[in-house]
Write a protein that binds this ligand. Sequence first.
Ligand code: SF4
Length: 326
Amino acid sequence: MKPRIIYGPILSRRLGRSLGIDVIKRGETKKNCNFDCVYCQLGHVDKMVSRPEDAKGIVTTEEVVEGLKNYHRKVEDLDYITFSGTCEPTLNLNLGEMIREIKNISDLPVCVITNSSLMGEEKVRDNLKNADLVVATLVSGNEKTFKAINRPVEGIKLEEIIEGLKALKKLDGPKLAIEVMFIGSSKEYPVNTTDEEIDKLIEVLTAIDPDEIEVLTTSRPPAEDFIVPVPDSRLKEIAQKFDESFGRHRVRLVLKGLKRKRSSIQHENLVDEVYDLILRRPCTFKQTSSSLDIDETDLLPIIGNLLAEGRIIEIESKNGKYYRAT
Ligand code: SF4
């Protein structure tokens, strides 16, 4: 089956209704990434991509524009066009050109969700400068903890990521939101919730000076069984410390059970849309229904068929039953 590169629209708490774009085609590997995060909801990276030049299945600007033109006509009120999905978007060096071309055919704001790994490279920052919003991950200000949690491919250094994020902010281009994924562990393993880690994060975030900082924890089944969500009480304490340093208006605390914006989505092919959503992130039945704005009675047979065809599997987690793409 030909891999899809445009999917959605999907409802999310941050971006409202967004159309997603994958800029590396999903081939033999489940995801194209240069990290292998312990909390990754897509499971383990079988084969990490070291450099943008090594990425296979690179999508062209023409493919994105063509895909978007065809999709775009059928979607009435999107809030964002988002580069994310099953790959790290900055691994595609056509990203800057894609954003410029999208801006020529659409007034919608463009968001790039990145793991920050290549932020130290000027050409990568240059590719991001015309986006409206960059949501960048940063889990720690300490190299050792960063390596333990994000498990980057060899050669990626936290110091260069931090310098790159500072330089991106100085470009006066996209709004910069830093997403800090906090994790707990059921065994002896470096985590980023200790007081020392929080103090270091505050020091580093002060230097980066982002427009927004998001405090959250894992909610979907992680790649490693020993990774557990951080309790709400500790997340609130961390958010409180961040509030004191950065001001409450810049700190966004994400707890479970958030309300989503509701709106009606026009569907073209429900089966593909359900599969695309689960491919990007494992979802419970309820999450699938609310993310795509599908009635549960319509969703039931679709999930049943996808399971029967072996395209998705059920996985049990502490938060209930999830569906994940195979
Ligand atoms: S969480 Fe994101 S950055 Fe980390 S391995 Fe998964 S896809 Fe890559």
